[in-house]
Design a protein around this ligand. Structure first.
Ligand code: PXL
Length: 244
């Protein structure tokens, strides 16, 4: 049960690889972490990004997969179309089952990507992935559709080219899940808080952890939604002791 996150580093630990590792630990799987970029940020302010070269990302992935059998991975901040292409190639090469958090902009407004990544994700990454977990803004970018209602979210979900959950934090808590072209709506109560930094990272890493523990995709998504909800409610997402 070894899983992998391929994402950026948020040194304040709420998002990115560090948060993913905490979630893996909380749910009881062994996490490995490949770094695509360093960032300087805290939950309130984003300062800067230092991307890692494609060669060095490649070397990190190879060095871990040379020693460990990994079936499930998640991807977070991938920063550039070149890194997206590289990661897609590795997914195929190592036969990985990838959950893609299509990170494009930070809640704090920081520079998590150099350019519009939606095209590269649609072309290279999503066709090779088992699930993607966009929020409303990311789903709009992936599909070129506007999402204001539940019906809009369902349309977008049907247009995204792999199984997906469009998260409903900006749509009255309405999460739209599409697995094998079957739509399930899962509504969650919205919690009033200013501590939402990293919730997307935690959702996708929790899904991967539950998958690695032999839950099916639908069950993993529902358990991960629960995990993130409890984390937000308690103000401690990522360090939560999960229901296993
Ligand atoms: O939640 C998006 C995200 C992903 N990865 C890193 C981040 C953030 C948001 O701040 O910092 C490294």
């Amino acid at each position: 049960m070894i899983v992998m996150s391929i994402a950026g580093v948020d040194p304040s630990g709420g998002a990115g690889v560090f948060a993913d590792l905490k979630t893996f630990q909380a749910i009881g799987v062994y996490g490995t972490g490949i770094v695509t970029a360093l960032t300087a940020q805290n939950p309130y302010k984003f300062f800067s990004t230092l991307p890692i070269s494609e060669n060095y990302i490649s070397e990190q992935i190879d060095s871990v997969l040379d020693a460990y059998d990994v079936e499930f991975i998640k991807t977070g901040m991938l920063y550039s179309p070149e890194i997206i292409k590289l990661v897609s190639k590795k997914i195929k090469e190592y036969n990985l089952k990838a959950v893609v958090d299509p990170v494009m902009v930070a809640t704090s407004g920081g520079d998590l990507t150099r350019e519009d990544l939606a095209k590269a994700m649609n072309k290279y990454l999503l066709p090779n992935s088992i699930l993607t977990t966009p929020n409303i803004a990311e789903a709009e970018k992936l599909t070129d559709l506007k999402i204001n209602t539940k019906e809009d979210a369902i349309k977008a979900s049907e247009k995204i080219i792999c199984d997906n959950i469009i998260t409903g934090g900006h749509l009255d808590g309405i999460n739209t899940i599409n697995i094998n072209d079957e739509i399930t709506i899962k509504k969650q109560e919205l919690i009033k808080t200013d501590n939402l930094h990293g919730t997307g990272c935690n959702l996708s890493s929790a899904i991967v952890a539950y998958l690695a523990k032999n839950n099916d995709l639908h069950t993993s998504i529902l358990k991960a939604l629960d995990y993130v909800y409890e984390g937000i409610k308690n103000g401690n997402h990522g360090t939560l002791i999960a229901k296993l």
